[in-house]
Design a protein around this ligand. Structure first.
Ligand code: CP
Length: 312
């Protein structure tokens, strides 16, 4: 089977560390512009998104171009999927054009795993249903490590709609491999008890103050209304119980950082005062998305053939 990137669950700690280190190589110095490399010159990647995206799709496209590759982006609504073409036929059609990798987002959990079993082209998972979003967790880890030396023993509170969050799952798999102390928090309807079994070092609470106390990292999640078939928590009360406000930060470690994968909904899961505060690293996450995705593309495409892997 070709080696794409389907989830952080499948990666070893060493593989994750190598991607995070390589992402740092690709990042421009303070005040410098992003450099363009020739590492993937002559290669081509296809972005195939069946769900909306701003950050992931754009940063994969920029990352490919910064490495010298060509990138083509397709949205399902503007493709022949809208004329009834099946997922398998769409992927086979694209694969016949011989891209070097397909970056794919789909609403069905497991869709990229199923397709990877039938395709020679490596697939990079850009989010599958409620399952995984591996490059989000990698860029989150890069952002946390930019502010601290280690993930070992770090208290990370992940708060919100855990049940529907592929970001939470990918982060739990990744952070647990590095020995982080992970607390998942949300209303009972959005925090199934079995999530405590996801990985070692995971605890659950429905109490936001308890989750945040002494946390070094607070990771807020978007309420995924598109995946909730019935309202799981009254919208008018959500912010009161699970919205992050300035007063919460006093409970956390003095150096706490506030993260959010975006898109953020101000006044629903996070207040503007927190989102725009000095403690917020939300835009650092976006910036790291480019260098982390460069590292992922290099890893996946370099294994498809030797096109030179030196960044210097
Ligand atoms: N974090 C994230 O996946 O954002 P987009 O949906 O904008 O890609």
């Amino acid at each position: 089977m070709p080696r794409g990137l389907l989830g952080t669950e499948d990666l070893t700690r060493e593989e994750i560390q190598a991607i995070l280190d390589r992402a740092r190589d690709f990042r421009p110095g303070e005040g410098q512009r992003f450099q363009k490399f020739d590492i993937l010159r002559g290669r081509m990647v296809v972005n195939l998104f069946f769900e909306a995206s701003t950050r992931t799709r754009t940063s994969f496209e920029i990352a490919a171009r910064r490495l010298g590759a060509d990138a083509v982006s397709i949205t399902a609504s503007a493709s022949s999927v809208s004329k009834g073409e099946s997922l398998v036929d769409t992927l086979n059609t694209l694969a016949a054009m011989r891209p070097d990798a397909i970056i794919m987002r789909h609403a069905a959990s497991g869709a990229p795993h199923f397709l990877q079993r039938h395709l020679e082209t490596p697939i990079i998972n850009a989010g599958d249903g409620t399952h995984e979003h591996p490059t989000q967790a990698l860029l989150d880890a890069r952002t946390i490590l930019d502010r601290g030396a280690s993930l070992e023993g770090l208290r990370v509170a992940i708060i919100g709609d855990i049940a529907h969050s592929r970001v939470a799952r990918s982060n739990v798999y990744l952070l647990s491999k590095f020995g982080a102390d992970i607390v998942l928090c949300g209303p009972p309807s959005l925090l199934p008890k079995e999530l405590a079994q996801l990985a070692p070092g995971v605890t659950l609470t429905n109490n936001m103050d308890e989750a945040i106390r002494d946390a070094a990292v607070i990771m807020m999640l978007r309420v995924q209304l598109e995946r909730q078939h019935e309202a799981s928590f009254p919208a008018s009360e959500y912010f009161q119980f699970y919205g992050l406000r300035l007063e919460h930060l006093r409970l956390a470690s003095p150096e706490v950082i506030v993260m959010h994968p975006g898109p953020i909904n101000r006044g629903r899961e996070i207040s503007s005062e927190v989102a725009d505060s000095q403690r917020s690293v939300i835009l650092n996450q976006v910036e790291n998305g480019i260098s982390v995705r460069m590292a992922v593309l290099e890893r996946v495409l370099a294994e498809q053939g030797n096109h030179g892997v030196s960044a210097h």
